[in-house]
Design a protein around this ligand. Sequence first.
Ligand code: GLN
Length: 492
Amino acid sequence: MSNDLTRLTAAELAGLVSKGEASAVEVTQAHLDRITAVDDRVHAFLHVDTAGALAAARAVDERRAAGEKLGPLAGVPVAVKDVLTTKGVPTTVGSKILEGWRPPYDSTIVQRLRDAGTVMLGKTNMDEFAMGSSTEYSAYGTTHNPWDLSRIPGGSGGGSAAALAAYEAPLAIGSDTGGSIRQPGAVTGTVGAKPTYGGTSRYGLVAFSSSLDTPGPCARTVLDAALLHEAIGGHDPRDSTSIPAPVPDVVAAAKLGATGDLTGVKLGVVREFAGEGAEPGVTAAFRDAVDTLTKLGAEIVEVSCPHFKYALPAYYLIAPSECSSNLARFDGVRFGLRVGDDGNRSLEEVMSLTREAGFGPEVKRRIMIGTYALSSGYYDAYYGQAQKVRTLITRDFTAAFEQVDALISPTTPFVAFPIGARTSDPYQMYLADLFTIPTNLYGGPGISVPCGLSEGLPVGLQIMAPTMADDRMYRVAAALESAVGTFTPPAL
Ligand code: GLN
């Protein structure tokens, strides 16, 4: 029984718990056992909170025993990317600079997970400060892709995606600044959704690039992702950029999509992303997905978004600029690591030694690029220009959404690559997010849903919708899933 529970969806597990056919403790223990069995090979987790998880599960069982009506995800385990603060539970952001830090408060997302009765299993591995596409930039070792342990699970949220694909958790939380939910979803054969910017709270999300950072749901099915999205989304007065509006009805949209009927839905294939730039196997799987969507009743047209090709360079000015400012707070005084504080050194020396020892090479690269781009002599040429490009990309989206309901493209240009293949050339790593970054610059929602295999490895379809129309992408994703099914990695 224990092993079977890890194969079920979140919706199924919640059903069992609410009917009393399985206890939340049993469900949680099954996942903890699975973590014990496989995580030495996968390394999805940086911290497993066994005691906290079992206590949360017992609380759900007690509420049920007392006759309380449980919510739609009560008793379901969830893995949380280590970018979100968890009260009293280590939060490292994959960096040595926060080693040993136990935050004094919960992020809003984590608070809402608790309110929903989900059971937090622990914190998942990630590229340091969410900068990367493979988890190879984590200061705590690489996560391995459950489809092929010699390959990357994507990044920065590779730990969350790998935990799902390895059946260590049925639900996970990620954060998407340039693709870090969708790209890991694509390369692990799981579902990852980036909500509309401001649709999910950034309170307690360790900041990388505040105008782009968006926490969101990861799952193995579209319905599970929608249920999680609904649980964590919605206005938060503690986040100044949170949108004061209800979460779009993503669960109803996923259920509607699951009927497999897309009649009346008009989808735009982004011309610039449909041919060049992707591996042949990815393009082939994408073309098959387009055929499937047509058979489901969708009308497909080609749409040109001429400025999307400038998204990657603009992102690699805007995100580092914001990061250079945000990461100034890691000074060896307020959080985590402090180096060289022997009573003889100045404050400045201690800060410098701490940052030198605490940040990895990619984070240092970003801080330097951002500091340069924001410097008075280069501000207009780099940061200012990038902001103008951002406006042009938003105009491309706005024009496209006058013609179509949603845009589609492959999620990533390539399938999971071998560990080590792209670490020597940062640009090769950055290319992983070629297709996901425009959505972040615009601020709209995007989802990656598995659409097929290339050389035995998963390929994701990306669906991009207008801001606050997150429900549309869930409908299309669920329809595709109803036709192609879910994807299971070879047994670990
Ligand atoms: N891979 C991109 C980067 O390195 C995106 C990261 C993210 O979405 N957090 O910046």
